[in-house]
Design a binder for this molecule. Sequence first.
Ligand code: NAD
Ligand code: LMR
Length: 364
Amino acid sequence: MENVEWLQKGLVVLLSIAFFWKLIRYMWSFLKTEKDPVRVLVTGAAGQIGYAIVPMIARGVMLGLDQPVILHLLDIEPAAEALNGVKMELIDAAFPLLKGVVATTDVVEACKDVNIAIMVGGFPRKEGMERKDVMSKNVSIYKAQAAALEQHAAADCKVLVVANPANTNALVLKEFAPSIPEKNITCLTRLDHNRALGQILERLNAHVSDVKNVIIWGNHSSTQYPDVNHATVTTSSGGKLVRELVADDNWLNTDFIATVQQRGAAIIKARKLSSALSAASAACDHIRDWVLGTPKGTWVSMGVYSDGSYGIQPGLIYSFPVTCEKGQWSIVQGLKIDEFSRKKMDATANELIEEKSLAYSCLN
Ligand SMILES: NC(=O)c1ccc[n+]([C@@H]2O[C@H](COP(=O)([O-])OP(=O)(O)OC[C@H]3O[C@@H](n4cnc5c(N)ncnc54)[C@H](O)[C@@H]3O)[C@@H](O)[C@H]2O)c1
Ligand SMILES: O=C(O)C[C@H](O)C(=O)O
């Protein structure tokens, strides 16, 4: 009998401790003024995009002006000294939101507990090269880094693959990190989306805040399909379709598409280096919208795992229009697809199917 009483008393004491502990934590969450830091991995951090993106992240461009960050920077041994230089500059910039920098050539140390992984590391395309030329080198890197992320990153880590071939690298990463939810692995087509917006803005002399809902379908390559059929512009007399305001179907169906598809190559030709500041900015846009949500009535383009929407083969990483809420993306459903669009969407899907089998042949 006495034993039962002691057990009851012990249980009451334990429950009271648990209750007060929860209460203190709850009150603390209101009292503390600063959020816990988010750990952001940037691979290839000593490279061009790396150099452009790390100050953006440290300034709050990616996660918001109230979100402290700890940067994890990874590069390979030959770039170790340059990587250390980037770390020194980050320290010298004294960013208020930057709570720490881990600069390393050890992939395990780099991936430890990261919440967001921006995968930029790889070999970039040079003038005259096709993405397929860099396939072999890059897919092996993504196979190896998949394992490190799977074992050492935070369980809910969101992954954005930037390095080319971006869709197929993301697919390889997904296949070799089976325990990372497929919803958490994406690739960058936001740069193409922003490029499409840029072309429309120039043509209409409009402001970026007034144009929305362009779409990039498919591969981040010259077969991608930039689609303006659902895009709108806010005017003084209400929302209008981009196609109506541009009033030049010939331009929209030919030069506009070709310009967006070839923009990466045009930048490489001009700079002798691939796009870096616009790629870094687009990667920040991609993560910001994924984490913080897309504005109501607005979608963005993201390379995501196909669930068969719009007749696209399931299991490809394909760029779709998506909305984001509470850290989750969903493919926009029910858009009307005309015959012209259908052909272009299928052509870029077919290229991804070919890339997938080429990637697997490189890995064998
Ligand atoms: N998706 C897009 O919209 C988009 C846009 C622009 C560039 N890119 C691609 O992004 C990638 C990076 O471009 P960049 O201009 O910064 O190239 P870069 O050559 O300047 O930088 C790449 C960095 O990756 C490092 N690296 C190589 N192997 C690595 C590995 N195994 N682990 C970690 N780091 C490694 C290199 O040492 C280098 O510092 C390229 O593949 C490029 O084609 C994609
Ligand atoms: O085309 C490239 O390799 C560079 C990059 O993907 C880009 O679109 O700017």
